[in-house]
Every structure is written in C-alpha cells, then in structure tokens.
Design a protein. Sequence first.
Length: 234
Amino acid sequence: MTLARPSSRNRLDAEVMGALVKACAAVEESATVRVAVLAAEGTVFSAGLPRGCRWPERAWPDGVGAVAGLTKPVIAAIQGEALGWGLALALACDLRVASTAAVLGLPEVLEGRLPGGGAIPRLVRMVGTARSLDLALLGSRLTAARAAEWGLVTAAVEPARLSSTVERTARAMAARGPVALGLAKEAVTRALDLPLAEGMRLEEDLYVLLQTTADRREGIRAFLERRKPRFGGR
C-alpha cells in the first residue's frame, strides 16, 4: 500500500482515508497476501490531516483504524516526516523501519490542538509515559536514530537502503507460517488490554488452536524431512 499524494505531503484527507480502507480490505481478503507494507511517495511519509482540518469529519472513512485492524502483519516504511495523524498511521502498523532522513512528531500542541488517530494511547504503550509526554506536550521532533533508541522503530537505515531493508524484512516474515504470524500478532495486541493471567490464558489457547492447523503439521513434516516448509495458511 502506497500513499501517492506527494504534492500534498501525503496528507490524510477523506479520499486517502477511503482508499486506505479499501486497500486494507483487499489485503485482508486476499489468500495470497501474507504481509503488508505501507510506504509513501515523495520526501514526506505523511504530514497528517489536510491544512485547516483540526479533526476528521465523522463521515470520513477511518483509514488509520483499518490499518490497525488488519490481522496480517503490517510494516511501515517511513522515508520522511511522519507528523500528527501521519505518525498515528505509522504507529497503527506493527513494525516501523525508518530512513535516517525521517522525523517523527506530534506538532498539534504547538498550534493549540490535540493529537488524534490513536497516536497518544499507542505511544504510551510503546515508549511509556515520560517519552510520550515529551512528544505530546512539547511537540518535540524525534529523529529516526532516537526513535530507534526508544524502540519506536525497528531500525533506522540510510535512505538508499530503506526499500531493500523493508523488502528483506517483509520477505523473511512472509516465509513464516501465516497462521502462526496472525495468532502471534493477536496475542501481542490483545495482551495490552488484558490482566497478566488472562493474557497468559489467551497465549495458551492460541497455542492449542495452532496445533490443529495444517500449517503446524507441515512445519513438523518439513523439520523431519529437513526441508523448507510450504505453508498454505490453513
């Protein structure tokens, strides 16, 4: 999936949000797609909402929520600025790989506005209260290198290496069992909202469920036959 509005700095207007919802539906429904990559054209990943728009209209499609709701892994390839709702969109992905030219931030407070799109609750879960307050209250701009130190992005690489790094990561992930990937993602994301005991119970339930799949049986056969597994996603 590619944000292809570089002339608008890939701002998330109603049309782009709607396109994201449709693209996510296509990814979710496809039997051949195992991993999604969200990238952007131009020098900016996304500058957030359109100029003058403080909050999306209620009638707008929820593109950020659609990305967050995918059961398949999503990697964000952040080549430039990811600001405001643009950062919220990147945070809705499961992994983030950033170019060293990328800058992340929530500038809304500088304009007397609040961040949205789930940016703050996701930030708190990823980097903790103090660092989230730094971004939300001061409007600090976070370099890719610092974001990597914080664990907000998986890696910060030279711009020329961004595409190849993201592709290598996506292909490595796609080679794994798709059912196991989906269940692992579910275990992680749902654990955030569950007490420890319930999170552990969910982990065990998902493990038992995985044992009933054809992919699990294929994994065992491949190991015994010393070959690469051929997962079918069943």
